[in-house]
Design a protein around this ligand. Structure first.
Ligand code: ZN
Length: 180
C-alpha cells in the first residue's frame, strides 16, 4: 500500500453515452472511475506503479499544463476533469504520470476559444458533454460532483504546490539539523 497523498490535477475524457473513454487510447474505458495504469512492457512496472524510466501511467496536468491539455480538447465530446493522482506519482514541470487517478468533478473550460458554461454565453455543443459527465460521476457515487471554474482549480493546484514545497523545506531543515 502506498502512503503518498493524492495530488490534484486535470485530464481529458471523451464522453460516449454513459461511458468515459480516454482520448489518446480510444479503447481505454474509465470504468468505475478509478483509473489504474498497466505497463505495456512485460515485467517492467507493477500495475499502478509506473517507474521513472518508463512511459506508462495515467497522465494528468497541473495548472501550468493547459497547453498540453488543449491538445486533447478538440471535439464537443471532450471534457476536462479535475481529480486526484495517487499510488506512485511521477511529477514533471507540466503535470503528473501516476499509477492511479480518480475524477471528482468537471472543469468549466474547453480550450482557449470555446465559451465556458454561464448565463451570459451562448450555448455551445460541449456543454451537453459536461452535464453528461457530471451525471456519470453521480452514477459512480462521486460525492457531490461539481462544475469548477478553471480559476478555482488552478488556485487549488497552486496552493497544493506551495504546501508541498513548504513541507519539503521543513523536511530539509530537519534533515540539516540531524546532520550536525
Ligand atoms: Zn512501465
Amino acid at each position: 500500500m502506498s502512503t503518498i497523498d493524492g495530488l490534484m490535477s486535470m485530464r481529458v475524457g471523451t464522453i460516449d453515452g454513459d461511458d468515459i473513454m480516454s482520448p489518446s487510447h480510444g479503447s481505454f474505458n474509465w470504468g468505475d472511475g478509478i483509473l489504474t495504469s498497466k505497463c505495456e512492457r512485460s515485467n517492467h512496472c507493477e500495475d499502478a506503479h509506473p517507474q521513472p524510466g518508463c512511459t506508462c501511467g495515467i497522465y494528468s496536468v497541473l495548472d501550468n499544463g493547459l497547453q498540453e491539455l488543449k491538445n486533447y480538447v478538440y471535439s464537443p465530446n471532450h471534457v476536462v476533469f479535475v481529480g486526484w493522482a495517487f499510488s506512485t506519482v511521477n511529477i514533471y514541470e507540466w503535470g503528473l504520470r501516476s499509477g492511479q487517478w480518480v475524477a471528482v468533478g468537471v472543469v468549466n473550460w474547453h480550450g482557449f476559444y470555446d465559451k465556458p458554461i454561464g448565463p451570459d454565453n451562448k450555448r455551445e455543443p460541449w456543454w451537453d458533454s459536461a452535464y453528461s459527465a457530471l451525471d456519470i460521476l453521480r452514477k459512480r457515487h462521486v460525492d457531490n460532483p461539481k462544475l469548477y471554474t478553471l480559476e478555482s482549480v488552478s488556485k487549488a493546484i497552486q496552493d497544493q504546490k506551495h504546501m508541498y514545497e513548504e513541507r519539503d523545506m521543513a523536511i530539509n531543515q530537519l534533515f540539516g539539523i540531524a546532520q550536525l
